[in-house]
Design a protein around this ligand. Structure first.
Ligand code: BGC
Length: 759
């Protein structure tokens, strides 16, 4: 029987491989035929991805872009919203250009389309591969109904610097977690069949290392050892590639002194030769032109360098469009290089099925039926609630009773435009659900909400104007600070509990939103101080796109719930968790520092030759600071529940293993509190001795378990030699024999330990 199954599996695999080969051959032949008809200009035109510019519905053909499309000078467009507009532009391409090649339509569908999910840093906090895949699936379903077939996501930039605003768009600081999350997103977007009309092509970005910009300042220089690239920062991109991402976006920064966009080692050697990527590579927005400022050459030179490096498509800058022909005639590039890039872009269109039906992603009926549906919003609400992280809950202030009287204060309490967070291109902010609306609807007639804004986001109107952009108005209140605070105090006077909704406005994180001071703005802090004088319990609900410095808040406020930017249903989800309809289970994937001076601070650091003994703050001539301990405020993997969990001692199925063998790690987890709840169980290892220094802990697996109150369950993980591998100084991926420690727990700090030997 076993034999039979094996044989039939082999047969199916061979059949699949055969079918794929036939499919590839069909695609190759089709593209070869098409390219034989293309002029050099038309080939270069396919490499051009301009912004959507001046397109107005009904006028597509007469617009500037329309003219370029007719001339065969455009390969695709991005960030146009609306099925009618997209159909109109596609019509120009397939009816009025000489070869009728369809356009590819991209968009930054980063965390949902019109139904918006939590920002990726929030999504990652669910530690739930299935939920993340589901969010991407819904995003693909909606986007593809509305004309989009290509998304500039997942953003796989590992980052350990919360000053960097774009930390919001990634999955945090861990290579393994980042790998898993990026892969889950690709599976969600692309499904099993890229040519289906409800799947879209993923574009993993920003390749590579963008999250390591110096001092957390956006677009800044990156300089990193190859060991760190391979062992840490590359992993999340690799996750997306291994999951089959169809395209890659180059990053703005330099890698080893050469801008990524012109870095042949990165784009060709690593991505294509080592990782086997066979899709197409697009630059980031004006990435080619920016190399002039990087100091690499003029537009003609940098465009040629990008093509030579392996870039296939030029976003916005038109360096390819305007210079490649001249470079070719000067012998700086070859026609084969242009052909190669053109072929890859055409292959993407072919794989998406655009040659069969250029309108397959733009079906007005589907758009009306499938975008922002009740069902999708329900999914978004569920995922949002599971992304929130309970940071503190002293005296079990939370959950709140629906029959309570609540003073709801703070600049984000009634801010529906700010719920979606950064990169919510397709969102309709007027439909956002504010926390006030969520609380009121869930309480109904049983309790009362007394609302007062209490403070602006910033007291400085210039700063507030800077983050009140893209329609995400913060509703600046001109009244003096004292008046706002008094109003909040008067609301507090009528209430049993104060819920203060504060933190960052949506545009305080994301692109070009780096900050050096990542505490709550001082005026918001003053509001909390005033509220604390009432002696009433205060619950701080923090909106943020990054780990904030919350030391003062941790020391002074009883309960803190970190809610990121939860998306279109955030207001309901916050209410679900505050009232205990959903028990919080999110865990942070990016360390929260005690102060900015500790940055970069991350759990998987090296030990150094002078580590500080555990539990101590300072010893002379040890690796530490005089003025702050080495501990983070909240460690990686941390997050509380309304219940408590107790972990049993891990038992290993064997205490030594050889290649080809496995070890099972088994332990109990018990829900010792009063609520049924989910717990994210985490597995870490430490390689005690290596040919290169190894991190003090590395996440190797995680699982979410649901436990009823009082319930105890056995949890197990299995590891084999693959889990112990790393890149050595020759950049070979190896496991080295020796001692390993194993840690299990509910965060990276509070763990139970065991050990084994690799023979
Ligand atoms: C960002 C990318 C984005 C692109 C297109 C750039 O500024 O860096 O992440 O995909 O714009 O909108």
């Amino acid at each position: 029987m076993m034999k039979f199954t094996l044989v039939s599996l082999l047969f199916v695999a061979t059949l699949n491989a055969f079918a794929q080969e036939q499919g590839n051959k069909k695609m190759d032949d089709f593209i070869t035929d098409l390219m034989a008809k293309m002029t050099l200009e038309e080939k270069i035109g396919q490499l051009n991805l301009p912004g959507s510019g001046d397109i107005v519905t009904g006028q597509a053909a007469n617009s500037d872009i329309g003219r370029k499309i007719k001339e065969g000078n455009v390969g695709g467009l991005f960030n146009i919203k609306g099925v009618d507009k997209i159909r109109a532009v596609q019509k120009v391409a397939v009816e009025e250009s000489r070869l009728k090649i369809p356009l590819i339509f991209g968009m930054d569908v980063i965390h949902g389309y019109q139904t918006v999910f939590p920002i990726p840093l929030g999504l990652a906090s669910t530690w739930d591969r299935a939920l993340i895949e589901q969010s991407a699936r819904v995003a693909a379903q909606e986007a593809s109904a509305d004309g989009i077939c290509w998304t500039f996501s997942p953003m796989a930039d590992l980052s350990r610097d919360p000053r960097w605003g774009r930390i919001a768009e990634g999955h945090g600081e861990d290579p393994y977690l980042g790998y898993e999350m990026a892969a889950a997103m690709v599976r969600g977007y692309q499904g099993n069949d890229l040519s289906a009309n409800n799947t879209i092509m993923a574009c993993v970005k920003h390749f590579a290392l963008y999250g390591a910009s110096e001092a957390g300042r956006d677009y800044n220089t990156v300089d990193m050892s190859r060991l760190r690239m391979y062992n840490e920062y590359f992993a999340p991109y690799k996750g997306a590639i291994d999951a089959g991402a169809g395209s890659v976006m180059a990053s703005f920064n330099e890698v080893d002194g050469i801008p990524a966009t012109a870095n042949k080692w990165l784009m060709t050697e690593v991505l294509r030769n080592q990782w086997g990527f066979d899709g197409f590579i697009v630059t980031d927005y004006t990435g080619i032109n920016e190399m002039i400022d990087h100091g690499i050459g003029g537009l003609k030179e940098v465009s040629a360098l990008a093509l030579q490096a392996g870039i296939d498509m030029d976003m916005v800058g038109e360096g390819f469009l305007t210079t490649l022909k001249a470079s070719l005639s000067e012998g700086k590039i070859t026609e084969q290089q242009i052909d190669q890039a053109c072929r890859r872009v055409l292959e993407a269109k072919y794989k998406l099925g655009l040659f069969d039906d250029p309108y397959k992603y733009a079906d007005p009926q589907r758009s009306a039926r499938e975008v922002y549906t009740e069902e999708n919003r329900k999914i978004a609400r569920n995922i949002a609630a599971r992304s929130f992280v309970l940071l503190k809950n002293e005296g079990k202030v939370l959950p709140i009773k629906k029959t309570n009287s609540i003073a709801l204060v703070g600049p984000l309490a009634n801010a529906k435009e700010n719920m979606a967070g950064t990169w919510s291109v397709a969102a309709d902010f007027s439909k956002g659900i504010s926390v006030m609306q969520g609380l009121q609807e869930l309480m109904g007639q049983s309790g009362r909400v007394h609302y007062a804004k209490g403070s602006n986001v910033y007291s400085d109107s210039t700063l507030e104007a800077r983050v009140s952009v893209f329609g995400k108005n913060t509703g600046w209140d001109r009244r003096p600070e004292k008046v706002l605070i008094d109003e909040a105090l008067s609301a507090a006077g009528k209430a049993d509990v104060i819920v203060a909704v504060m933190g960052e406005a949506a545009e305080m994180s994301g692109e070009s939103s780096s900050r050096t001071d990542i505490e709550l703005p001082a005026n918001q802090r003053r509001l909390i101080e005033a509220l604390l004088t009432t002696g009433k319990p205060v619950v701080l609900v923090v909106f943020t796109g990054r780990p904030l410095v919350l030391k003062w808040e941790h020391e002074n406020i009883q309960a803190i719930l970190n809610v990121w930017f939860g998306g279109s249903e955030a207001g309901y989800a916050v209410a679900d968790v505050l009232f205990g309809d959903v028990v919080p289970s999110g865990k942070i994937t990016s360390t929260f520092p005690q102060n900015v001076g500790q940055i970069p601070i991350f759990y998987n650091h090296k030990n150094t030759g002078r580590p500080l003994p555990e539990g101590q703050w300072f010893q002379k001539f040890r690796s530490n600071y005089l003025d702050v301990s080495n501990e983070p405020l909240y460690p990686f993997g941390y997050g509380l529940s309304y219940t408590d969990f107790r972990y049993g001692q891990p038992i290993l199925s064997r205490n030594s293993m050889s290649a080809g063998e496995e070890i099972e790690i088994r332990f109990s987890v018990t829900n010792t509190g009063d609520y049924d709840a989910e717990e994210v169980v985490q597995l870490y290892i430490r390689d005690m001795v290596g040919s290169i220094t190894r991190p003090v802990k590395e996440l190797k697996d995680f699982k979410k378990v649901m436990l009823k109150k009082g319930e105890s369950s056995q949890v197990s993980f299995t590891i084999d030699i693959e889990d112990l591998k790393f890149y050595n100084s020759d950049l070979q991926f190896v496991a080295e024999p020796g001692e390993f420690k194993v840690f299990v727990g509910g965060n990276s700090r509070d763990v139970k330990e065991a050990g084994f030997t690799l023979k």
